[in-house]
Write a protein that binds this ligand. Structure first.
Ligand SMILES: Nc1ncnc2c1ncn2[C@@H]1O[C@H](COP(=O)(O)OP(=O)(O)OP(=O)(O)O)[C@@H](O)[C@H]1O
Ligand SMILES: [Mg+2]
Length: 190
C-alpha cells in the first residue's frame, strides 16, 4: 500500500484494550499468539470464539472455509466478556478493537507455507493474491482503530512476536502502514 499522507499516530497498549492480531491465513498469527500467551498475555482465537458460540454452521464448500458474520462474532465477543487482550484471526480486525496489528508475509513465501499445509492450488493462489493486494490491511484501515503492519518475511517466529510486543509497547513508528508494497506480485497470482 502506498505510504499514507497522514502523519503517524503512535499508540500504546493499556489495560482494557483489545488488540486484533490479523493477517492473511498463514502469515503466522497463531504462532505469534502462542508466544504472547506464554508471556502471560490473554489471547483468544476468533475461530475458538466462533466454535464456542455455535457460529461454525454454514460452510462455503468451494472455499473450504466457514462463512462467519462479523456482527455475530462481535455479539459473541461481547457475551464472552473479554475485557482485554489479543484477539487472533483473519477476521479479528472486523470486530470492535482498540488497535490492529497486521502480520504480513511475502506472497511467494506465503504460498509455499499454504501449499505445505496441503491446501489446493486455487486456495493457495487466492490467499497469495489477497496478500499481494493488501486486502486485510485495506479492510483494517477502514476501521477506526490505529493500524500497524509487520513484514515477517525474514523474521523468525520469536522475532515476529518481539516485533508485535514492541508495537504494544509504543515503539511502533517503524511498523506504520505504507512500507510494504507487493503489488507487482499480484500478476503472478491472479
Ligand atoms: N516467522 C515465521 N517464520 C517461519 N515460519 C513461520 C513463521 N511464523 C509462522 N510460521 C509457520 O507458518 C505456518 C503458518 O503459521 P500460523 O498457523 O501461525 O499462521 P496463521 O496466520 O495463524 O494462519 P491461519 O489464519 O490459517 O490460522 C506454520 O507452519 C508456522 O510454523
Ligand atoms: Mg491461526
Amino acid at each position: 500500500m502506498a505510504p499514507s499522507t497522514s502523519s503517524f499516530v503512535p499508540a500504546v497498549y493499556s489495560s482494557g484494550m483489545i488488540i486484533a492480531l490479523t493477517g492473511t491465513p498463514g502469515t503466522g498469527k497463531s504462532t505469534v499468539a502462542r508466544y504472547l500467551s506464554s508471556q502471560g498475555w490473554k489471547v483468544l482465537e476468533v475461530n475458538e470464539l466462533a466454535k464456542r458460540y455455535g457460529l461454525l454452521k454454514s460452510k462455503d464448500v468451494a472455499r473450504d472455509s466457514f462463512e462467519l458474520d462479523p456482527d455475530d462474532l462481535q455479539q459473541a465477543l461481547v457475551q464472552e466478556g473479554m475485557g482485554e487482550g489479543v484477539l487472533v484471526g483473519h477476521l479479528a480486525h472486523l470486530l470492535d478493537v482498540n488497535m490492529v496489528i497486521v502480520l504480513r508475509c511475502h506472497p511467494s513465501k506465503l504460498a509455499e507455507r499454504l501449499a505445505d499445509r496441503g491446501w489446493p492450488l486455487a486456495k493457495v493462489r487466492e490467499n497469495a493474491l489477497a496478500e499481494a493486494l493488501d486486502i486485510i490491511l485495506a479492510e483494517s484501515m477502514d476501521g477506526d482503530a490505529p493500524v500497524f503492519e509487520i513484514d515477517t518475511t525474514e523474521m523468525t517466529p520469536e522475532g515476529a512476536a518481539e516485533a508485535t510486543l514492541s508495537i504494544l509497547a509504543g515503539e511502533n513508528e517503524k511498523y506504520a502502514v505504507g512500507n510494504i508494497d507487493w503489488s507487482e506480485e499480484a500478476l503472478l497470482w491472479s
